[in-house]
Design a protein around this ligand. Sequence first.
Ligand SMILES: O=C(O)CCC(=O)C(=O)O
Length: 294
Amino acid sequence: MLTEKRQLRPAPAGFTPAQWATFQRDGILIIPDALGAHEVETHRDAALHCLQSRPHTNAGHTHKVENVVAEDPAFTPLIDHPRHIGFAFDIYGDQLRLVQADLFRRPRQGAISKWHVDGPRALPYRAFSPVLPLKLRIGYWLTDLPEPGMGNLVYLPGSHNPDYEGEHTGHDQLPGERSLCVSAGTMTISHASLWHRVEANTTDHTRLNIFLSYTPSWITGYYRMNTDWLSGLTREQQIILRGYDLDKELFSRPPAEDLPLFEDGDVTTHAEAEPHKIRRRTRYERHLREVAQP
Ligand SMILES: O=C(O)CCC(=O)C(=O)O
């Protein structure tokens, strides 16, 4: 039983109805100039520093630094940054989890990847969750990608939708595909079931970006958290990283003190007793579900 009301951080804004409609239609939302020039520079410097301390030893694979939010203090605020966390909170509510945070480097002749969706292939997320993504990927683009052929992400708009039945392998071009051409500072928000691949970089411009992947807390896999490092983070950051490795049932049933995550205007937010046993509707359920595609 909780005896006093917790001071909760207000939930940052998420999708507007227009943004949700675009995301539903395309499976990706592209927000130019999300980062200012100074932030791009700071993130790029931190990225180069992380990459130097993690030389590329796995030839043929992407040069990446995993769990980058723990690698450099410049990236730690990305765990729950108000610029993007509301998008993931809209969908996953109190069970929001940051499951992957990878820094990618794609130089000339770097690794490319074949058509795929994120998550399992034999039994994909969409079999259980045909509408909502079971993984939402925030991309921060730290270098300009003005044209194709620069190691761009290539995607098939709408291929995340429940009625899309295509299954793809290999690198071949597909009708309707798009190569993501953006300037540094752009943020993307993509649906795990969107078909995508990575094309070759045939230029001398190295592509740098960060992907932050959010899921419901009960999706398995990825990193083991360093508990000493976790203890220095804010309440919301600690919850979002879910350092539950010693009691794995908590991934499905988080402890009472981890709910609610944010103050989100729901009438059940300040339930005094057993907040972890009260059904709370996500903002998607309350506001976005009824938004029609354009
Ligand atoms: O680097 C990219 O643009 C996409 C990477 C990718 O497809 C993945 O990590 O699943």
